[in-house]
Write a protein that binds this ligand. Structure first.
Ligand code: FAD
Length: 630
């Protein structure tokens, strides 16, 4: 008989990156017994890998910056498809969340007069990223963990147990959410080391599981990013929004092959690095789209002057939003002007003294030296696009993080949630997003628990079913190999649902994903339950598959190019499509269903922050007439 360890909590937070930790802190501050669950070791989440910084309009380096400018930049970056309310809350609250981190013990780099320093990043009008060298995520996670330890010490003083109100379950994977009718009742999972099962009974769950990048072979994402939270949400009756929008970061390492995809931070370009093709040309000047032409320099001289005199010059085109730069690199390589390893050159060596490169970009210097034997203070890096971030995610109520759909008590924050970044996220906006919305989700999950009449009950039948599903790959013999299946899935997504998409290929992708479904249902894993990565992957595959189906289906449906979705057969942005969100859910037989929903209309005082000439690039004539009327 299978034994199952049982735990009782008020709020279960799945994910221990920035969003999860910030949510857990808030739930605990509201007096709730809170569990934090993490698939990897505690502290090892994507958040820790974030290099460049957290975007917040503190106005420390340029006093013209404020929340309204940040809001405008975020909406432009997302090509106006963002949930405007989320973009507004984010721009308004990010500075407070950064300050708050310092009260928890963080120490950001300083300006000469002792204020939090801020660096330039693509799409941000002013230097806006609060940073700690190029190891910002490490400081963020360190600080949030420290805050959790300090709360545990308070609990110890009061109750005699460090874990009475907040407990971390690391190397623990959640495979299923459990419901009581339409309400969340708990979560089911297993310890990765022992393979033993656990059941969390809790009326509120916050999903903070991060991204989906492992469905692609070339990715900056690490092993645990298999879209688990997205799939858990879908299976429990929640909806996903805009899953067609994936961010291919323009600069991943392209050589050696073993490290292909590892991120090269945008800070290299923010600090003055330039992109050149094999002919030595700074090609980004040829790729400034009309919507951005007014804001970007037309000559190298003007672009270079901007670094020292940003008020009187326009920004270099290397700092266009990521989707634009990734597409430009893709075009250069396709046109035969790529580097030997199939990327382009990113040059910081000729732009900055060696000592300054080592001080400002220590991780990049170390990464290239160790992994590629390239000294970036002397020679250019070879870089190319890598799957990095998913803009789509759980459809949430903007103020609370509560998931839409048929389920109550489910919340989502951070990368797993959708809407905030529209069709393309600006660099630095994720770290601030997860602080702002992590706090909100924790707060509202706690309020939801307070407002509940009775606690929902976990059904024995559901627990038994979850255990059976988890054990199935071990019980099956001679089934499909999980590693082969993952490679096949990655090939479909990389080749047919990649950076440039076409109707025929997307149709083919959907057919192949459908075929993969029966193969994944027949996956088997050799060995037992003790630390067995093949079994773990076998369980992750169904999540990757259903999320990939949402992406492919939405990518076929959206007949335009916008942000992180480029259709070769529909190369332009279409204002009619800007009014539409694609919402993904599962029907009763578990098939992916896609629905069109109108994008909420921006409030008048926010619309007024934009020039009419700018609005006319994004809105339909009908919408423009409406704006004029108000
Ligand atoms: P994550 O930090 O990704 O954490 C997810 C957590 O969920 C992990 O603890 C994981 O173990 C857990 N989990 C997942 N599935 C399960 C499951 N089934 N059961 C239990 N636990 C589960 N953004 C910026 O704003 N600025 C930057 O400079 C920047 N640099 C980046 C550099 C790199 C290399 C990468 C990969 C990303 C970078 N980003 C940056 C993006 C940003 O780091 C992420 O989007 C962000 O950290 C996501 O935070 P999160 O809290 O949502 O999730």
């Amino acid at each position: 008989m299978t034994t199952i360890e049982r735990h009782l909590y008020d709020v279960v937070v799945i994910g221990a990156g920035g969003a999860g930790l910030r949510a857990a802190i808030e739930a605990r501050l509201a007096g709730k017994r809170t569990a934090i669950i993490s698939k990897s070791l505690f502290g090892k989440a994507h958040t820790v890998m974030a290099e460049g910084g957290a975007a917040a309009a503190l106005g420390n380096v340029n006093s013209r910056d404020n929340w309204m400018v940040h809001f405008r930049d975020t909406m432009r970056g997302g090509k106006f498809l963002n949930n405007f309310r989320m973009a507004e809350l984010h721009a308004k609250e990010a500075p407070e969340r950064i300050w708050e981190l310092e009260t928890y013990g963080a120490l950001f780099d300083r300006t000469k007069d002792g204020r939090i320093s801020q660096r330039n990043f693509g799409g941000h009008e002013y230097p806006r990223l609060a940073h700690v060298g190029d190891r910002t995520g490490l400081e963020l996670i360190r600080t949030l963990q420290q805050k959790i330890v300090s709360l545990q010490q308070e609990d110890y003083a009061e109750t005699g147990s460090y874990e009475s109100r907040i407990r971390v379950f690391q190397e623990t994977t959640i495979t299923e959410l459990l419901l009581d009718g339409d309400r969340v009742a708990g979560a089911f999972g297993y310890y990765r080391e022992s393979g033993e099962f656990l059941l969390f009974e809790a009326p509120a769950v916050v999903l903070a599981t991060g991204g989906v990048g492992r469905s692609y072979k070339v990715t900056s994402n690490s092993w645990e990013y298999t879209g688990d939270g997205h799939a858990l949400a879908l299976r429990s009756g929640a909806t996903l929004i805009n899953m067609e929008f994936l961010q291919f970061h323009p600069t991943g390492m392209v050589w050696p092959p073993s490290v292909k995809g590892i991120l090269v931070t945008e800070s290299v370009r923010g600090d003055g690095g330039v992109l050149r093709n094999s002919e030595g040309k700074r090609f980004m000047f040829d790729y400034v789209p009309d919507v951005f032409r007014k804001q970007y320099a037309e000559t190298e001289e003007e672009a270079d002057r901007w670094y020292t005199d940003p008020d009187n010059n326009r920004r270099p085109p290397e700092l266009l939003p990521r989707d634009e730069v990734a597409r430009a690199i893709n075009s250069e390589v396709k046109a035969g002007r790529g580097s030997p390893a199939g990327g382009v050159f990113l040059d910081i060596a000729s732009r900055m003294p060696a000592e300054q490169i080592i001080r400002r970009l220590p991780s990049m210097h170390h990464q290239f030296k160790e992994l590629a034997d390239v000294d970036i203070t002397k020679e250019p890096m070879e870089v190319g696009p890598t799957c990095h971030y998913v803009m789509g995610g759980v459809e949430v109520e903007p103020d609370t993080g509560a998931a839409f759909g048929s389920v109550l008590g489910l919340f989502a924050a951070g990368e797993v949630s959708g809407g905030m970044h529209g069709s393309n996220r600006l660099g630095g906006n994720s770290l601030s997003d997860l602080l702002v919305f992590g706090k909100r989700a924790g707060e509202h999950a706690a309020a939801y628990v307070d407002a509940l009449g009775g606690r929902p009950k976990v059904s024995k039948v559901d627990v038994a079913a979850a255990a059976e599903v988890a054990l199935a790959p071990l019980a099956r013999t001679g089934g499909e190999n999980p590693y082969t299946l993952q490679q096949d899935l990655q090939a479909v997504m990389g080749d047919l649902v990649g950076i440039i998409r076409r109707a025929g290929e997307l149709t083919d992708a959907l057919k192949r994903l459908h075929e993969l479904r029966s193969r994944v249902a027949n996956v088997s894993a050799e060995g037992g339950r003790r630390y067995n990565p093949g079994w773990h992957l076998a369980l992750d595959l169904r999540n990757m598959l259903v999320v990939s189906e949402c992406t492919a289906k939405a990518a076929l449906e959206r007949e335009e190019s916008r942000g992180g979705h480029t259709r070769e057969d529909y190369p332009k942005m279409n204002p009619e499509w800007r009014r539409i969100n694609l919402v993904c859910s599962l029907d009763e037989s578990g098939d992916v269903v896609l629905e069109r929903k109108p994008v909420p209309r921006m409030r008048d005082e926010l619309i007024e922050l934009f020039d009419r000439s700018e609005l006319s690039k994004y809105l339909t004539d009908e919408e423009l007439a409406e704006v004029e009327e108000h």
